[in-house]
Write a protein that binds this ligand. Structure first.
Ligand code: SF4
Length: 242
């Protein structure tokens, strides 16, 4: 029922086809993967930071862990929301919390797509799914094949329907393997509305860089024959928003 949450705040979505929509963000602690480009602290904190008013960056701290109904009440105070983004960390680690979460606006799941059994428990609750397909080049653990199969299964469970928009986000790093990319895209193409290629954002202290603009556009051209493909960097970072 309860989940460790690092922060709750109100901003605009900074990635993918819903860039710019006004959202509350519920950022869970904890993640079961380890991506080389991860820019999100995922360790559990004793307290959760709660923004007092949209865009104010004025935070109050409350004790963790938190219940779904309590967080619903907090989020309902933010006005004019398009949806609530469940992000992390990995939100699907906390399906019991999600089942008790009812903020009064649609739910937008941001997931690494590695937990198909958990996805089944809450699939019907999401109106939007921003699902990651992690490339081998950015994957730090040694069970990539297992992740790959689970990722395909997750897209099958959370697939695009008339009631739910499920799209795929792929963070692309220089030196990635095109075969790996094509294999994944071909396996999930029937379950998604589009592909979003996100050039990796260089993170302090990590040796990651995006492919050149020319290379990104070559990849887009190749993928366009399989599925609509857009190239979209992280806009909230350019803007300086949360
Ligand atoms: S899945 Fe997301 S939160 Fe987890 S390590 Fe990768 S980038 Fe970080």
């Amino acid at each position: 029922m309860k989940a460790p949450i690092r922060e709750i705040f109100c901003s605009v979505q900074g990635e993918g086809p819903y860039t710019g929509v006004r959202q509350a963000f519920v950022r869970f602690a904890g993640c079961n993967l380890d991506c080389v480009y991860c820019d999100t602290p995922v360790d559990r904190t004793e307290q959760c930071k709660v923004e007092q008013g949209c865009g104010t960056q004025n935070f109050k701290k409350i004790d963790n862990p938190l219940r779904g109904d309590g967080v619903s009440e907090i989020v309902r105070k933010y006005e004019g929301l398009h949806s609530v983004s469940l992000t992390g960390g990995e939100p699907l680690l906390y399906t019991n919390f999600i089942q008790g979460f009812s903020p009064g606006v649609p739910l937008y799941l941001e997931s690494n797509m590695s937990l198909p059994e958990r996805a089944k428990e809450v699939a019907d609750m999401f109106k939007y799914v921003a699902g990651d397909f992690k490339l081998k080049a950015g994957f730090n653990l040694d069970n990539y094949d297992e992740y790959f199969d689970d990722m395909v299964e997750c897209f099958k469970i959370l697939k695009n329907t008339d009631e739910r928009d499920c799209f795929c986000k792929i963070v692309v790093l220089d030196g990635f393997d095109m075969q790996n990319l094509l294999e994944g895209v071909n396996k999930i193409k029937d379950y998604i509305s589009m592909i979003v290629l996100q050039p990796v954002t260089p993170v302090d202290g990590r040796d990651v860089r995006p492919p050149t603009v020319e290379k990104m556009m070559e990849i887009q051209k190749t993928l366009q024959d399989i599925k609509e493909t857009r190239i979209m960097p992280q806009s909230h970072i350019m803007w300086g928003a949360l």
